[in-house]
Design a protein around this ligand. Structure first.
Ligand SMILES: [Zn+2]
Length: 270
């Protein structure tokens, strides 16, 4: 029976591959991201898992009295998110209509994430302990939103599916098994616990810079943000860095992109 299911899943995977092949989730924008992506798992299935995972995170935080406790901070994040969402149409018009959401968790942790479909979460620790400016918050948020726009989690799940290593994951996604444990694993794969690849990180940096510039946030703040993140990692490494592996040349790459995005920022400020 198990063999049969596996064979069926793989056959479905191969036919999906034959039908869809590779594509790119976003337009290239000014920074020129145009890598082709393997997308076998449907976006609807990923979004359903994302919504469940986000709802559970909110529920848990609320039960512990840690959800959105600082209204001023929440409003600050919402304003920044609204301005960035106003620019996502440059990359993909459908994303302007996504049900984007922002919440905060009161926690000392240096962390933030966005789940597929635009479900944003900031830990108060990253804002308070790094004393982030609005521009620096926009740099994190723009980076995270870019992972969602590029559907990086869906891409990673598709790759596991195609290589058969994630057959259990594939089975959960395709409704063949509904175990809670597996749902938790899949939710982890959506971006909560697994690191992004270097290629995906570079893309999120590129698109994130353009988004913030177009929204009128100074892209130079992306440099100070990563500098702060680096100094913070002298002691215990921030959670954010474990899911967003950084390389020594990240800041240099961001600096090399500034001439492309600064004119967009200056235009937005006028
Ligand atoms: Zn990242």
């Amino acid at each position: 029976m198990k063999k049969l299911l596996t064979t069926t899943v793989m056959a479905a995977s191969l036919s999906a591959l034959a039908m869809t092949g590779c594509s790119s989730t976003t337009s290239t924008g000014a920074v020129g991201v145009d890598r082709q992506q393997l997308l076998l798992v449907s976006n609807e299935q990923v979004l359903q898992l994302s919504a469940q995972s986000y709802a559970k995170t909110l529920q848990d935080a609320k039960a512990r009295g840690l959800l959105d406790t600082n209204k001023a901070q929440l409003n600050r994040l919402k304003n920044i998110s609204n301005r960035l969402v106003g620019q996502v149409g440059v990359y993909r018009p459908d994303a302007a209509k996504w049900p984007w959401e922002v919440h905060t968790i009161k926690s000392n942790e240096l962390n933030a994430f966005v789940l597929p479909g635009g479900k944003i979460m900031f830990y108060s620790g990253i804002i308070d302990r790094l004393k982030l400016s609005d521009d620096e918050i926009a740099a994190i948020m723009g980076h995270e939103m870019s992972h969602a726009l590029r559907e990086h989690s869906r891409e990673r799940l598709s790759r596991q599916y195609a290589t058969q290593t994630g057959i259990g994951v594939a089975a959960s996604i395709f409704g063949l098994s509904q175990g809670q444990a597996e749902l938790a694993n899949v939710a982890g794969d959506l971006g909560l616990s697994r690191p992004h690849s270097r290629t995906q990180e570079a893309e999120a940096d590129q698109i994130g810079l353009e988004l913030m510039a177009r929204a009128g946030y100074n892209p130079q703040a992306a440099v100070t943000l990563w500098q702060k993140m680096q100094s913070a990692s002298q002691g215990e490494p921030p959670q954010f860095l474990s899911t967003h592996p950084t390389s020594g040349n990240r800041i240099a790459q961001i600096q090399s992109l500034l001439p492309k995005v600064m004119p967009l920022y200056q235009k937005a400020r006028r």
